[in-house]
Ligand binder design. Structure first.
Ligand SMILES: [Fe+2]
Ligand SMILES: [Fe+2]
Length: 234
């Protein structure tokens, strides 16, 4: 009886913590534990404000034209949505982890993803733009997917992390091709995120991840495509 109520209280505690994290993620009330990565050339006087927005129509000293600003903002909005989803996935997978070790690993990764969330949010503001209006929807969908992955067992849950991080890493590498060369600030953030995501994938693989079947990988890829295509604009 006592065990039962302790378990119920633990479960309630996890749900309350998850709700609190959801509100923080969606309201943007998150603080990065690491400062946003800065471009190596930021120390150079002519590039003191990399990615600043040009008042003229020609880019100079790392400033962006209106067209480049829009391109950067669209890509950083997509990346911010990705981080909103990462919070939802990791929180749900932590909640459903069968062992305390895996729960801790998921929460630790979620903590590092908070940096990405804060950096992309801050960069969107610097670019005079806004996050996706559909973030609550993305969060709810990703949380449901994270619960399903977690309930399938720890090896599958870790396999899901490996595949997600692999797809995100590929996606970020694509963004490095598409971000304006002048937008050094966004590029520095995306490059650091790419390295962190690769490490998250590696850690999940080392923790005993199962390989997901190809059709599941294909469905994940299709879902990510819908999300990125929509977040580019809305
Ligand atoms: Fe991330
Ligand atoms: Fe990650």
């Amino acid at each position: 009886m006592l065990n039962m109520s302790t378990r119920s209280l633990n479960r309630l505690d996890h749900w309350l913590a998850a709700a609190d994290q959801a509100l923080r993620t969606l309201s943007g009330a998150v603080t990065a534990s690491r400062p946003a990565p800065r471009p190596a050339s930021a120390a150079h006087p002519s590039l003191a404000e990399p990615g600043a927005i040009s008042r003229e129509h020609t880019p100079a000293n790392g400033a962006l034209t209106e067209e480049q600003r829009q391109q950067s903002a669209a890509l950083m909005r997509v990346n911010h949505v990705g981080e909103v989803c990462a919070q939802a996935l990791y929180q749900a997978q932590a909640m459903t982890a069968r062992t305390p070790e895996l729960r801790d690993q998921m929460l630790h990764a979620a903590q590092e993803e908070l940096d990405h969330l804060a950096w992309t949010h801050q960069r969107l503001k610097q670019l005079n733009d806004r996050p996706s209006l559909l973030n609550p929807l993305w969060y709810a969908g990703a949380f449901a997917i994270g619960l399903a992955a977690g309930r399938a067992g720890d090896a599958v849950s870790l396999g899901f992390v490996v595949e997600t991080e692999r797809q995100v890493e590929e996606h970020l590498a694509g963004h490095l091709d598409r971000l304006p060369q002048q937008d050094l600030a966004s590029r520095a953030i995306v490059e650091q995120m790419r390295q962190d995501e690769a490490r998250h994938g590696r850690q999940a693989r080392e923790a005993g991840a199962a390989t997901l079947p190809s059709p599941v990988q294909a469905v994940m890829r299709a879902a990510a495509k819908v999300m990125t295509g929509t977040a580019h604009r809305i």
